[in-house]
Write a protein that binds this ligand. Structure first.
Ligand code: FMN
Length: 130
């Protein structure tokens, strides 16, 4: 069964290099586990969308939940899906524009077209809040 998880967590002031290291692990591990998704970091919180087989996602969520680089992992949604929204992304880093005014537009261009509307709304709200 294909599932999609969306969660937020807290990580005050990780450096660019630390976030890059997380993305490097993701690109290394996710393809062999059939996991795809996207990651946003706003300087205080992560939001991550993960998709793949439920059994693989459960295992990854346990690892991520005990990762000391962040805390307070809080699941926003866990749904089963017919198909992936980010099939070509082992883990895409989605950047949040500096300017609050252009954030929504920039994200709309970067996020995959076939995200369901609720998930898109949660991601955009996360990025627009500051
Ligand atoms: C916010 C966040 C997101 C993460 N996302 C992933 C991921 O998608 N895939 C992954 O393998 N590890 C991810 N990790 C890292 C794991 O917690 C863990 O460190 C890693 O899987 C260990 O594998 P490695 O020894 O190959 O680096 C994430 C960590 C954090 C803090």
């Amino acid at each position: 069964m294909l599932s999609q998880y969306l969660y937020i967590s807290t990580a005050p002031s990780l450096s660019r290099e630390e976030v890059d290291a997380i993305l490097a692990s993701s690109s290394r591990n996710n393809p062999e586990r059939g996991i795809t998704g996207l990651l946003l970091y706003n300087g205080r919180n992560f939001l991550q969308l993960l998709e793949g087989e439920e059994s693989e996602l459960k295992k990854l969520m346990l690892r991520i939940g005990s990762d000391p680089r962040h805390s307070g992992v809080s699941l926003l949604s866990n749904r089963s899906v017919e198909q992936r929204s980010c099939p070509q992304w082992a883990m895409k880093r989605v950047f949040i524009a500096e300017s609050v005014e252009s954030r929504k537009q920039t994200l709309d261009a970067e996020l995959p077209d076939d995200l369901d509307p609720e998930t898109r709304k949660m991601i955009v709200n996360f990025a627009v809040l500051n």
